[in-house]
Write a protein that binds this ligand. Sequence first.
Ligand SMILES: C[S@@+](CC[C@H](N)C(=O)[O-])C[C@H]1O[C@@H](n2cnc3c(N)ncnc32)[C@H](O)[C@@H]1O
Length: 225
Amino acid sequence: MGEAEQEFDRRARTREIQAEFAARGDALGWFDALYQEAAGDNEKIPWADLEPNRYLVAYAKKVGLKGDGQSALVIGCGLGDDARYLDDLGFKVTAFDISPTAIEWARRLHSDREITFEVMDLFEPFRGWLGAFDLVLEVYTIQPLPLEMRERTIDAVASFLAPGGELAVVTRGREDDEEPDELPWPMSRQELSRFETHGLVQKFFEVMPGDDETPQPRFVVTYKK
Ligand SMILES: C[S@@+](CC[C@H](N)C(=O)[O-])C[C@H]1O[C@@H](n2cnc3c(N)ncnc32)[C@H](O)[C@@H]1O
């Protein structure tokens, strides 16, 4: 099977599993089901390429992002490659995901690092994490959650930032008047502006081109609290 067919198949299967759970009124359970079904084969998971996100890397290089021991929280970290990248940059990294299977996998992949990986639901976090992190990173975790949950999701993502902290968001982007049709549902600038209701000031906004398989543009956006 060619690369393009494989990509088509894994995305079709992902949408199938998501739809099965959604039909039962469960917006979140499908993530762990997909990781479980993959049974250790990252090629079964559309977003898991065992590399740090290339838009994040481009941003970090552009601004010279450095941790110098500051704390970072990676939201919906999946297999942890972005967490590892922030560790490389000198951050003290905590990363979480709702999927126990993903977290177990990430711990195995990055056992050579002092990254704290936790199973955690974004909507029921440890209270001690609220307002606690110098950098919060969100890559592709808002976009696969239903549009009806978008405001709640944005509020939850914003809640972890310490005063003076920075939030970095990498997401598929869409125009404000564009109707998103299928999973993942890209974010619009209007939706993103909700971050600013949490005392965040936008510092960086770049539209980057998608790739051959997923051509939607990416928005890379950062905010300071
Ligand atoms: C599209 S994947 C992206 C994973 C990773 N950020 C990446 O770019 O490779 C979305 C991730 O968010 C996690 N996730 C979804 N809902 C979550 C929630 N409520 N709390 C924590 N993690 C969640 C999923 O399990 C999944 O690993």
